[in-house]
Design a binder for this molecule. Structure first.
Ligand SMILES: [Fe+2]
Length: 281
């Protein structure tokens, strides 16, 4: 059998994993290697995979329990924990959605809950020829590049994340009462210590609504300023999708978003599964 090969993507993060078949269960050694690489490089790309939805679920479960989205639009028809991200209508024709989904705004998954997602996986069924990349912004690097005085100041701050505010900001469909009940506003430290690596990361994004003990508008202005700072090119890597790519990323240390593409011409279909995280501290 050929040895698995993990090759760093030449920037501050990301790696490609070759000679790997995600359809087969991982040995303990392989799982340890992959989780180590994920913590070290923050996102991993496994090219040329062939996965049914059930096989993607089985692969995802090897990283921890799956979670389901509170948004009913994001729950799959076949397997509830597999969210089909697609711009195709019922006839398979590329179509622009009536309202933005919010995935094009910088965010970290489920930060509006007390236990935000650990890892998210996307599997490429259809990839656009132009655009539609998934962009990652390195929140370790953004934190570490701040002046020390700012690092200390932000380490004292608590940010309230809100699904409802996130929907309003992104222009998406307003949340239902059931969704608001399932995800009430939730506080998290602005600087989060990664539970596995012990490194500090800025924990912000579109779901961040305001800052505790600060005037709402003042806090929002600071959050906007920080988001602009933390998503500059120097902190960002783009994953250009190819059909059959499987990508996994570490939510606590990254922001991500989908890049725009011509939704009326190009097809973009991704299967998404998410590994549940723990409480932040
Ligand atoms: Fe996301």
């Amino acid at each position: 059998m050929t040895d698995i090969l993990v090759t760093d993507i030449p920037k501050s993060m990301g790696a490609t994993v070759l000679n790997f078949d995600a359809a087969n269960p991982m040995s303990n050694d392989t799982r340890t290697l992959i989780i180590h690489a994920l913590h070290d490089r923050q996102f991993l790309v496994f090219p040329n995979q062939t996965l049914t939805q059930a096989q993607q679920v089985a692969f995802t479960q090897q990283f921890g329990p799956l979670e389901q989205h509170i948004n009913a639009d994001f729950q799959g028809d076949d397997i509830a924990q597999v969210h089909v991200l697609s711009n195709l209508d019922d006839n398979g024709v590329p179509t622009k959605p009536e309202a933005p989904t919010g995935t094009e705004c910088w965010h970290t998954d489920k930060s509006y809950t007390p236990t935000p997602s650990f890892a998210t996986l996307l599997y490429g069924i259809e990839a656009p020829a132009v655009g539609g990349e998934t962009l990652f912004a390195n929140m370790y690097a953004a934190h570490d590049a701040l002046p020390e005085a700012d690092q200390r100041r932000y380490a004292e701050m608590t940010v309230v994340h809100s699904w409802e505010q996130s929907r309003l900001k992104s222009g998406s469909r307003p949340p239902s009462e059931q969704e608001k009940h399932a995800a009430p506003p939730t506080p998290h430290p602005m600087v989060r210590t990664h539970p596995a690596t012990g490194r500090k990361a800025l924990y912000i994004g579109t779901h961040a609504s305001h800052i505790d003990d600060m005037l709402i508008e003042e806090g929002r202005a600071l959050l906007d300023e920080l988001l602009t700072y933390a998503t500059q090119d120097q902190f960002v890597v783009a994953h250009k999708w190819r059909k059959d790519d499987l990508v996994i990323w570490d939510n606590p240390s990254l922001l991500h978003r989908g890049a725009t593409y011509d939704e009326t011409k190009e097809k973009r279909v991704l299967h998404r599964t998410v590994v549940r995280g723990g409480p932040t501290f």
